[in-house]
Every structure is written in structure tokens, then in C-alpha cells.
Write a protein that binds this ligand. Structure first.
Ligand SMILES: Cc1cc2nc3c(=O)[nH]c(=O)nc-3n(C[C@H](O)[C@H](O)[C@H](O)COP(=O)(O)OP(=O)(O)OC[C@H]3O[C@@H](n4cnc5c(N)ncnc54)[C@H](O)[C@@H]3O)c2cc1C
Length: 462
């Protein structure tokens, strides 16, 4: 439990903080800089956060509404924060903002008959999965961070993950939301029904809007029956481009339950922390999963062999499978031990994967920058991890150049600057290159309609 500020010096506090203290229960409002420190950052290592004027730890939708009414009244920016695991600076504080934390809104209710979960935004993804499992059900979206990230953050970034290649991303599971607008009004959009075409599908406007249009205070999520046991295929390649060719071949013929890629530098970074037993010289690793009883495992292995894999193994042992997938999930923290990381999140059409991974390797060589590559390969979504020594100005400049060039390559291949992490502060300056001026203008019009004073997550991408 975080200690609360001493109310003794409340008279010296800015009026907006006094108004928050008057409106909200004791213990909800923090304004001591030491107490607020842990709420300033997300996991984007290069984004410099500002200093909030207060952190509100809301416990209910009504408290979120009260906070936004006060923020509107005082024209104070609001940065909504789930668990702060974002990789784009989306929940990083801006100077003078109210950081609105949902960490105390953790309720998860499963309606097993309707196969839905009604969830408060601060519940962790893993908590939703666990509660669904207790009812013999499954909530599939599984960002690698699923044990530490919130459902509110997942909705606000439209998070992806490992099994999304077969089962879809967060938005595919959102049936309804409650959202609080900048002026404090609460809206209910959608509900519990599977099909619903009454009016515009406004809930999808809020999913992926990164806290710029409203604060999601509740979500009704679709659940599935528990997934089948999985076979795991591991294939190594001498060259990452061959691995990319194998991905394209697999995806042309099937939909695996997961298809993850790690290049040589990513394998090496994980090997230092959690050895998987790979010899130096492996150019890339492809980890695929598919239901045990399907012929897909053999198909997947054959596609790898047909693309010059150097080694292919198939196992039905869930522990062996989890060992590999667990190692893949650890890749970002392992690379972060090697330096400061500018995390890319590009996506390209499947046939362009070989060209993309080849071009990233060329950028790494030319800019003399370490760029381990991991990716949800079956979705065409890759995370080149542009890594540099933060004390070396020249290395930083080369890394920034590499980061920009990789984004340009993805766009030239008909891709996106972000497949799942969101735009945040990190990629804001690249957004217009992807959207074009007409879409930027429409985006601004929608933003003005919902948040005329521009208080929600300002200075990010709208
Ligand atoms: C090791 C690691 C692995 C990761 N792997 C993946 C992955 O595989 N796939 C993936 O998609 N992401 C991944 N991520 C990124 C991150 O975990 C996700 O973006 C996650 O969805 C963020 O959730 P959060 O609760 O931490 O949100 P935060 O970081 O707190 O916020 C993210 C954004 O959502 C907004 N927001 C948060 N809650 C709300 C709300 N209730 N209403 C409105 N806006 C809100 C914030 O303002 C911010 O813009 C990974 C991160 C780490 C550290």
C-alpha cells in the first residue's frame, strides 16, 4: 500500500489538488514528489517523463468521473495509467498533469453462461485469465507482459501478443465498455451480445486510443472455451531471411497458435540470462505452436525444412514448449540489460517479412548498432530492439538514425509504425507519415469533439 501525503500542508497546494482532496476519499490523492516518482514512467527507456501535480488512485468509476470534472474545471491535463508497462511513453507523465491510476480498480466478474467477463480496468491480464480459467474458460489475448499489465492498458493500446496470430487481438474480445469522457460524463458502449450493429461501433474508437479520448472504467470481454494442448516446433536457421521465408510459407497455408521469431542477437541476449542451449552461429530461431491433434505441426516443420532450416524439432511436452516461449517472452528485459533500448513495433504484410528482416540486418551493420530482432512473426509484427550505450553520444545518434530508418523501411513495405504497443510519445513524430494529412485532420476533429480542451494525454500523438 502506498503511503498518502500529509494533509498538513494542503494550504500550500495548488487549487486543483485541493479540489481533488475535497472531492475524493482520503488516501486517493498523492502529491508528494517521492510518492509520485513511481507513477511518472512507463517502460519506454528513452522517453523523459514530466512531473505530475497529483496522482489520483481512483477506486471506482464515480471517482474517475469526479477527477475528470475537476481536471476540466481547472484545465489540467490527465494522463491515465494502468500498470505502466507500456513501451511507447503513453502513460509517461507530462508536467503539471494529474496522473490517474486505475491500480485500485481490480474487480473481475465472470458470467460463465454468457461466456463473458466484466472487468475493471486495473485488473491485470493474468488476473482475468485466472478468473476465467476457474470457470473452465479462457481469455486469449496474451501480451508477453500479461503477468504485469492491466486490462485497461491492453484496451487502450489494443494489445496483441503471442497467440493473437490464431485467436485475434484485444479488440476482437471487447463486447462493451464504460468510458468516462473529459467532461466527466460516463458512456456505456456495446454490451454482452456477440452481435450488435446499433449505431456506429464507437467502442472500437476508444480501443487503441491510448487515453486520448476517454478513460475506460469497465470492459465486458468475450471468453472462449479453454484452448487445446499445444505441440511446439522449434526451428533454427543460418540466416534470418530464410527464417522470414519460412514464416511467409507457413502463413500461406495455416494459422498456428503462435509463431515467434528471434534473431541471433536476441538469442544471444537471452542465452546470457537463461540458457536455452543454442550454439553461437544460429542465425535465427522460429518457435511455432499448434494444437497437438492437428497435422499442422508436421506441416510447420516441413515448411521450415523447405526454407533451409538447419535444425527442426517437434515436442508435445508442454513444459518444453513453455521453456522456449518463456525464453522468448524474456527477450525484451534481457536486451535491456545490454544498454538503452529504442523499441520498434513495426508491422508489415506477411509476404514482405523476408525483405523487412533482411533490411533491418543491413541497417544494424551500416549504422554499427546492435539491433536484436524479436517478433510475433505470424502477424508480421516485429520489435527490432535498437540498443545503445547511453553515455556515448555518437552511439545514441546512430541508434536514433537506425530507429527512423527502420520505420521508413516498414512504411515503404506498406506496413505500420506500430502493430501493438501504440504511438505514445516515442512514435508521435512518425504518425503523420503513415496516416497522411487527411486522416490526421479527421483524427484531430474526432479528438476535438470528445476532448475540446485537449486535456486527455496531451503532447502524445494528438
Ligand atoms: C517485457 C514486456 C513485454 C511486452 N510484450 C507485449 C506484447 O507482447 N504485446 C503487446 O501488445 N504489448 C506488450 N508490451 C507492452 C505493454 O505491456 C502493453 O502495451 C500493455 O497493454 C500496457 O498495459 P499497462 O496496463 O501497463 O498500460 P500503461 O502503460 O499504464 O498505459 C498504456 C496506455 O494506455 C492508456 N491507458 C491505460 N489504462 C487506461 C484506461 N483505463 N483508459 C484509457 N486509457 C488507458 C495510457 O494512458 C497509455 O497511453 C510489453 C511490455 C513489456 C514491459
Amino acid at each position: 500500500m502506498v503511503p498518502t501525503s500529509e494533509p498538513g500542508d494542503s494550504l500550500a497546494e495548488p487549487p486543483v489538488v485541493r479540489a481533488l482532496r475535497d472531492a475524493l476519499p482520503g488516501g486517493s490523492v498523492l502529491s508528494d514528489p517521492d510518492q509520485m516518482e513511481g507513477y511518472r514512467y512507463d517502460r519506454a527507456m528513452t522517453v523523459r517523463p514530466g512531473m505530475p501535480v497529483a496522482v489520483v488512485r481512483a477506486a471506482s468509476s464515480a471517482e474517475v468521473q469526479a477527477t475528470l470534472r475537476i481536471a476540466s474545471q481547472f484545465a489540467t491535463p490527465v494522463v491515465t495509467r494502468g500498470a505502466g508497462t507500456g513501451l511507447s511513453g503513453g502513460s509517461a507523465a507530462v508536467d503539471g498533469c494529474i496522473t490517474l491510476s486505475t491500480e485500485r480498480m481490480r474487480e473481475v466478474r465472470v458470467d460463465a453462461a454468457a461466456m463473458v467477463a466484466t472487468v475493471q480496468p486495473g485488473a491485470l491480464n493474468a488476473e482475468v485469465k485466472a478468473e476465467a480459467r476457474r470457470h473452465g474458460l479462457w481469455y486469449p489475448p496474451d501480451p508477453s507482459s500479461f503477468e504485469i499489465c492491466s486490462i485497461g492498458g491492453n484496451l487502450a493500446t489494443n494489445a496483441g501478443g503471442l497467440c493473437c496470430v490464431r485467436y485475434g487481438v484485444t479488440t476482437d474480445y471487447v463486447l462493451g465498455i464504460e468510458v468516462v469522457l473529459a467532461d466527466g460524463r460516463a458512456l456505456r458502449l456495446g454490451g454482452k451480445t456477440i452481435k450488435d450493429v446499433a449505431g456506429y461501433d464507437l467502442k472500437r474508437l476508444f480501443v487503441g486510443s491510448e487515453g486520448t479520448l476517454g478513460v475506460i472504467t469497465e470492459a465486458t470481454l468475450r471468453l472462449r472455451p479453454l484452448g487445446p494442448p499445444l505441440s511446439t516446433v522449434a526451428a533454427t536457421f543460418g540466416d534470418v531471411v530464410d527464417c522470414g521465408r519460412a514464416v511467409a510459407r507457413i502463413m500461406a497455408a495455416s494459422r498456428p497458435s503462435a509463431l515467434e521469431l528471434m534473431d541471433a542477437a536476441a538469442i544471444a541476449a537471452v542465452e546470457r540470462v537463461r540458457p536455452m542451449g543454442f550454439e553461437p552461429g544460429v542465425g535465427a530461431l522460429l518457435i511455432g505452436q499448434c494444437p497437438v491433434d492437428a497435422a499442422e505441426g508436421a506441416q510447420l516443420a516441413a515448411a521450415c525444412e523447405g526454407c533451409d532450416a538447419t535444425y527442426v524439432a517437434v515436442t508435445d511436452d508442454p513444459d518444453e514448449g513453455e521453456l522456449l516461449m518463456g525464453a522468448r517472452r524474456m527477450a525484451i528485459p534481457c536486451v535491456e540489460r545490454l544498454g538503452t533500448v529504442l523499441i520498434e513495433d513495426i508491422g508489415v504484410p506477411i509476404p514482405s517479412i523476408p525483405a523487412l528482416v533482411g533490411a533491418v540486418a543491413e541497417v544494424a551493420t551500416r549504422t554499427d548498432t546492435m539491433i536484436p530482432v524479436i517478433g510475433h512473426a505470424g502477424d508480421g509484427n516485429f520489435h527490432p530492439l535498437v540498443t545503445f550505450d547511453p553515455t556515448d553520444a555518437d552511439a545514441r545518434a546512430r541508434a536514433e538514425l537506425a530507429f527512423d530508418e527502420i520505420i521508413e523501411i516498414a512504411l515503404a513495405l506498406g506496413g505500420t509504425i506500430t502493430g501493438e504497443h501504440g504511438v505514445g510519445s516515442l512514435k508521435a513524430r512518425h504518425l503523420s507519415a503513415q496516416l497522411g494529412s487527411d486522416v490526421v485532420e479527421l483524427t484531430s476533429t474526432i479528438k476535438r469533439a470528445l476532448d475540446p480542451a485537449g486535456i486527455l494525454n496531451p503532447g502524445k500523438w494528438v
